[in-house]
Write a protein that binds this ligand. Structure first.
Ligand code: ZN
Length: 82
């Protein structure tokens, strides 16, 4: 098994600044503290357990992480996320 453990590190939450939660990339019961990947439904997404910001659901964890990291680079205080 060559399961990549940390191919795409999660960026801190753009809303509250929380870093990745423990258990990143694995099945976790929502820890409600920090950014983590949720993939219990075959529709993985990334969410911040601290402020509940989350991405859409994706077909793969990597896509969800990419979406999160892309969003995390955007300034949400400008109102546009084009
Ligand atoms: Zn947050």
């Amino acid at each position: 098994m060559t399961h990549t453990q940390d191919s795409a590190p999660l960026k801190p939450c753009p809303m509250c600044g929380s870093g990745p939660a423990k258990g990143f990339g694995r099945y976790t019961n929502a820890s409600f503290s920090g950014v983590e990947v949720m993939d219990q439904t075959n529709m993985p997404y990334v969410w911040c357990g601290t402020c509940c910001l989350q991405t859409c659901t994706y077909d793969s964890i990597e896509e969800a992480i990419t979406a999160w990291n892309t969003r995390a680079t955007l300034r949400t205080d400008e109102g546009d996320e084009v």
